[in-house]
Design a binder for this molecule. Structure first.
Ligand code: 2U9
Length: 356
């Protein structure tokens, strides 16, 4: 029995892999293994012999099973060691560089403008970019013969042949959103409408798609004085310094009276600075909402009145961040954005994000 023990313990200790170990297990302690055969012989022994040989065989079987288990664990450890040697990962290596984006100046300025008006109690309203000619023109008191409705100024969609309804238009201003909001909520109302607008125009100072924010405040006792205060508050917050405004009489079909609004600025070395100096820069149009427009939005002009204004977001962005050319907004190169201080999205912006 001692020979059997030495033989198997040696073979187990030298086994090269799990397969060899399994073979040894079958050979030694399997159903037809050497030890099992020896156990069968117990029946032929005298009770005295059996009392000695039986426990010895059991102890040997247990010892071999333990040696098999220990060797199996040792082989698994060695295999793991081997894998760890070849499959190690240097977690201290710098990560692969990722392409970094940047917030677009138009998005940033839209957020800045929205935050300032939100502080003054204006909600944001949005609407479709493809409009009916009613919402884009008629409801705003822009008559059929007005030059804005000419095909060379506005993008029209095609109707199917035989469909004689007026074509839809790409909205030329965000005013239709205000008509829709008036219909939906009635008066009083205080909203701004930022968004994309389209005009068939393309040169150094115009692009066929640009961005506007329009404002509307309607109540029982709204006046031009409220309009002037709101606009001065807005410009001072937006440019971070007190900005004087100047109203000049003007004409728009949707407001009466109407005013163009200039902001105080200086021109030095070809650079414009807002909120200082003795020059004026025209930045927006405004006025008291025309009674016909109130009526088109379902509001009684005998009971309510209000002001409205419109301003170009692209223009505001150029003024605030010193961007000289509109075409920069359509350039996908990030370098110009960085040049004007627009950092990538996961870094703090140079100008601290919102202006307030
Ligand atoms: C309703 C009633 C009146 C909005 C207004 C202007 C004057 C205006 C321009 C400024 C620069 C457009 O982006 S721009 O080219 N806008 O001059 N907009 S009053 O008047 C409204 C709007 C909605 C219901």
């Amino acid at each position: 029995m001692e020979d059997l023990r030495n033989k198997y313990l040696e073979l187990i200790s030298n086994a090269a892999d799990e397969g060899a170990l399994e073979e040894l297990r079958v050979q030694a302690v399997g159903k037809k293994g050497e030890i099992s055969l020896k156990m069968r012989e117990l029946g032929k022994m005298t009770p005295e012999e059996r009392q000695v040989v039986g426990p010895a065989l059991n102890a040997l079987k247990n010892e071999i099973n333990s040696a098999l288990a220990a060797k199996k664990a040792a082989l698994a450890d060695a295999a793991l060691e081997e894998r760890l040697k070849t499959e190690w990962l240097d977690v201290t290596l710098p990560a692969r560089a990722r392409r970094q984006g940047s917030i677009h100046p138009i998005s940033q300025v839209t957020e800045e403008v929205t935050a300032i008006f939100a502080d003054m109690g204006f909600a944001v309203a949005e609407g479709p970019q493809i409009e009916t000619d009613w919402y884009n023109f008629d409801a705003l008191n822009i008559p059929g013969h007005h030059p804005a409705r000419a095909e060379m100024d506005t993008f029209y969609t095609h109707r199917a042949e035989g469909d004689n309804r007026p074509p839809h238009v790409l909205r030329t201003h965000t005013s239709p959103v205000q008509i829709r909001s008036m219909e939906k909520t009635g008066a009083p109302i205080r909203i701004i409408c930022p968004g994309r607008v389209y005009r068939a125009d393309y040169d150094q100072t115009h692009t066929p798609m640009f961005h506007q924010v329009e404002g509307l405040a309607i109540d029982k006792d709204i006046s031009m004085a409220n309009l002037k205060w709101v606009l001065e508050e807005f410009f001072s917050a937006f440019f971070g310094t007190h900005v004087e405004t100047r109203f000049r009489a003007s004409h728009f079909p949707f407001t009466e009276p109407s005013a163009e609004v200039d902001i105080q600025c200086s021109w030095e070395g070809g650079q414009v600075k807002v909120g200082e100096g003795n020059d004026w820069l025209e930045v927006l149009g405004s006025g008291m909402v025309h009674p016909k427009v109130l009526q088109a939005g379902g509001i009684d002009p005998n009971e309510y009145q209000g002001f409205a204004f419109g301003i170009g977001i692209d223009r505001l962005a150029m003024l605030k961040y010193g961007i000289p050319d509109l075409r920069a907004f359509f350039d996908s190169d990030l370098r110009w954005l960085r040049h004007y201080g627009f950092a990538s999205l996961d870094q703090p912006t140079l100008h601290g994000g919102l202006s307030r």
